[in-house]
Design a protein around this ligand. Sequence first.
Ligand code: ATP
Length: 458
Amino acid sequence: EPSESISIQTLKTAIPQAIWQFLERSAIASQARGWHLYVVGGAVRDLLLAQGGRAANGRSFLQDIDLVVDGFHNAADAGAGVELAKALQQEYPQARLEVHGAFQTAALLWHKDPILHSLAVDIATARTEFYPYPAANPEVEASSIRQDLYRRDFTINALALRLTAPHKGELLDFFGGILDLKSRQVRVLHANSFIEDPTRIYRAVRFAVRLGFTLEPQTEQYIRYAIESGVYDRLRLTHDKAPALTTRLKSELKYILETHYWKPALQLLSSLGALRCLHPQLKLTPQLWWQVRFLDRCLQRFDPNRRMIHWEMRLEALIASLPSEERAPVATHLQLSGETIERLKQLEKNRQRIAQSLSTDLRPSKIVMALRAYKLPTLVLLALKGSRTVRQQIWQYLTCWSQISAPLDGNDLKSLGYNPGPQFKEMLDALLWAKLDGAIADRSDAEVFLQKHYPVSQ
Ligand code: ATP
């Protein structure tokens, strides 16, 4: 039996006071109903990491708390989690209650609360029905919290901290999670874990990179075995039957590509062969690796205010490395945005068009003429895929020439005596080209230019 525990005093200092108070109230409400209550998952992991003097890097500490109520196999207590959440909401009327009936889970959510900020608490009922533990061990039968922990992903996420008496503060560690936290390893609970749920491969990579852990060697073998045995290929083929799995995979991908550690994570995914989940031919070649980093420079430079969806652009760059006819289907399968799908659909056509119209020694006006019809995300993709010349010209266009405008506008033309009409656009363009190519600089040059090419009397 696991026996480590954290003293109440330590918990009180480690956990923000208002959250501790919430946990105490939750424990009292559970005890009153004859239930046990545990904190499980990431919060326990991060608490122990913080105890070891390491900040739980990348996660806002204790803003997401998972609680599990152990209702002791009493069928009448199947909805224990929901009942507890409802009771707590009476005490915390400012929290929003969400009930997910099918799984007997509930959530209490605070939003911009002056004390609890955006705390999110998930409350589940310990359940055993999913992956029954080998029946040989009768002691296990009696413990539904153990079975609840057993269906989790990694040992470091399968720790539970008891909040109810007796043994309040006790750490349940059935699978060696504390040791793995100390030796900084991501270890799966059983050999079939990745076959059962291939999104766990992405989770393993995410935790390893984020926490600075290694993949425990056997776990890495299981990952490679699962990928070689075709979990991802099946996933693609069975999408229509299991769209939820694709959705979860996409959200893990998104999670990874959004973080600041996406580069090492992508490298690790690639070295494990996990990019197969997108397409069997997707490989992080040196060229593609260069492209995604170039993309990053473009995003930082041209989209500092994040109008574009950066994680999706990263994914687009990966998908763009596939043969052109494969791109849109992959993006559609992942249910990426309509714009992304369209961009990937048009990419090859646009690439060819740009390759024809851009060449060396072009005047700036010609470059602007060729590029101004495209929006920023398309230009960035075209720069990635283009030759060195194309890339340099797109870069020049974005940093410099696209900012230049004609020295006069439509109102100026009117006050110079021209009659508004379709020729205005042509005249303004002619002025812009002349300015870009250095033929004119200021307003008076522009007026001279107009008198010469577009005499007012005409
Ligand atoms: P984070 O700090 O990123 O929020 P977390 O550990 O809280 O990390 P969540 O994705 O919020 O991660 O999941 C909460 C808990 O649910 C995990 O700690 C893990 O125990 C369990 N879990 C989540 N996804 C899976 C999965 N695919 N398979 C098994 N267990 C999972």
